[in-house]
Ligand binder design. Structure first.
Ligand code: SF4
Length: 193
């Protein structure tokens, strides 16, 4: 049980729970607004993220920034993290035992931040958060309510860089995220009246 994100990060920085500790340059804990109502979760750090110790800083990260801007958010409005805190070599998919070893940190982050909305970026993040196989092209954009969180799978920005044809669907998902956020904002404003 953790009392702060700082405590979780301290454990991540010295973590040796899986083999990825041997090849990482830096751990990538996550960053953003620790009271964010929206949490974005990707799969794991890539090369640029491993070098800088920050999530989504490469080309995909720049696209993610543009995606957020398109719905009037910036990084300070959200919290961004990954399923894995260390880079899988060559950007291979995470292995099940790596996810099992690491996902407790994400759960701890989620419990401390307590977002209303969790956006799963890509198939891998979606399947581990929703605990089921996900076909991202079929199930993106669909909201599920799980344990009080509203969760939506959508495309990973790196996939959008490879498949320009998915941008229209991705934008529809972004608008849906904005709408859901505004619904919560309206609800909490009303409850304060
Ligand atoms: S990926 Fe997660 S479990 Fe594995 S060493 Fe890094 S922090 Fe620890």
């Amino acid at each position: 049980m953790y009392n702060s994100l700082f405590e979780v990060n301290s454990d991540v920085e010295k973590c040796t729970r899986c083999q990825l500790c041997e090849t990482r340059r830096n751990t990538v804990f996550g960053e953003g607004n620790s009271h964010a109502k929206i949490m974005l979760v990707g799969e794991g750090p890539g090369r640029d993220e491993d070098e800088m110790g920050r999530p989504f800083v490469g080309k995909a990260g720049k696209l993610l920034d543009k995606m957020l801007t398109s719905i009037r958010f910036n990084r300070d409005d959200v919290y961004i993290a990954n399923i894995l805190k260390c880079r899988p070599p060559g950007n291979r998919d995470p292995q099940p035992q790596e996810v099992e070893a690491c996902i407790g940190y994400l759960r701890a982050q989620t419990a401390l931040i307590r977002p209303h909305i969790i956006v799963c970026l890509g198939r891998i993040a979606s399947q581990h958060i929703l605990k089921q196989d996900i076909r991202i092209t079929k199930e993106r954009g669909i909201w599920r309510e799980v344990k009080g969180f509203f969760i939506m799978p959508t495309y990973h920005p790196a996939a959008l860089l490879r498949n320009q044809g998915w941008k229209r669907e991705s934008y529809a998902d972004l608008l849906s995220i904005r709408k859901k956020y505004d619904e919560f904002a309206g609800t909490s404003a009303n409850s304060e009246e």
